[in-house]
Design a protein around this ligand. Sequence first.
Ligand code: GLU
Length: 481
Amino acid sequence: MASETNAPPSPAPGSVVTRFAPSPTGFLHIGGARTALFNWLYARHHGGRVLLRIEDTDRQRSTQAAIDAIIEGLDWLGLDFDAPPLFQSDRAERHAEIAWKLLAAGHAYKCFATPEELEAMRAQQRANKQPLRYDGRWRDRDPAEAPEGAPFTIRIKAPREGETTIHDRVQGPVTVKNAEIDDYIILRADGTPTYMLAVVVDDHDMGVTHVIRGDDHLNNAFRQLPIIRAMNAIEGDWPDPVYAHIPLIHGNDGAKLSKRHGALGVEAYRDEFGILPEALFNYLLRLGWGHGDREEISREEAIALFDLDGVGKSPSRFDMKKLENLNGHYLRAADDARLAALAAARIGEEADVALLTQAMPVLKVRARNLNEIVEGARFLFARRPLAMDAKATALLDDEARAILRRIVDRLAGENDWTSATLEATTKALAEEWGLGLGKLAQPMRAALTGTTTSPGIFDVLVLLGRDEALARLADQAGTAA
Ligand code: GLU
């Protein structure tokens, strides 16, 4: 009984080669980014190499825009590769060469079945409630029986007896009966290789030792192994790779991740949601891999700690709230000048990077993303007379305006324009007038920012500077500055 297992010994440290192999039919979505990250971390952890292969054989659906977005997204996340990307479509000749080798050595065969014949076969299987798979009708037939010059495909001669067990580093041992794997096509009638063949040949030629990918490819591994083993029988030096099929990412509701859940391109997290790359890196790391309760793990620590043993078997749930909370932590840790530049790019030409840098410690205190920082910074670049939003307008009733007038009078005499002094003065005023501090602070906030939410009011006064702050207060007090 041919019972085969895939349990290759782990290669020596330093000889690990992983690869990320996206199909550029869409952007780099969150699941792909995590697969890339795990490949990258595994290789870096073991002092090995990580490679990028663009699986662009589906010419109709692959686009240059998607290729660019994938490469840019990986770069943004700080995932670098140890060689320029390999384009699968460049290698069709090499793939075909292997198909012919397999054929010559009797590990593959020509199939002359016509499309109509195959359709009839499937109809019959459907009617008999059998699984739809090629029945091997040309497996042992003499090709001389085919009509002269008839078109043919080349099919792999997959083992029929016994079973195959893959010792997947994430899924554990998985066994499939060999009878369930059909003799699928490796070379089409027009001489072009199929995807299944291309993956195997490329992995071999790139020296890939570890195939880490989504578990939607686990079935493919059982189909790919017959090619690998046949080639190993012919040439040697075609070892089984170590497989690690990582669970897919689900939405917060447990359903497969869709656009609705945030299965968006990585650039959407950067551009639309204002997420920092280190936050997404860390979030993706911990999505499906854990190291105790650790929340924030630096890139260096991640490399030191990552291994496949920590990858869970069950699908992880993508949670935008958690990502944003984590992003908030990273914003607070991030360099202010860097954040100021990022915010300035979003604000446009009226932005003043120096002022934003100065304001950043205040702006980032509660922000969970760059959009909130930009929102919080709007008041800095607003022009007098400020537009008041609805809440600010409602707040600025006659009483509030009267209070503002008295505040302007007093602050105009204030020469030490620092947060501490301004706070002390305003508090003293509130006490003197028998009012709660909020009675003063709220109209001040409205007048200074045009809104009812902002950083601390004394920080706002300082950031605006004496003249601008007094002018804005005066605008709403109804007195000329
Ligand atoms: N190109 C495949 C995908 O994007 C991955 C194939 C593989 O990793 O073997 O899903």
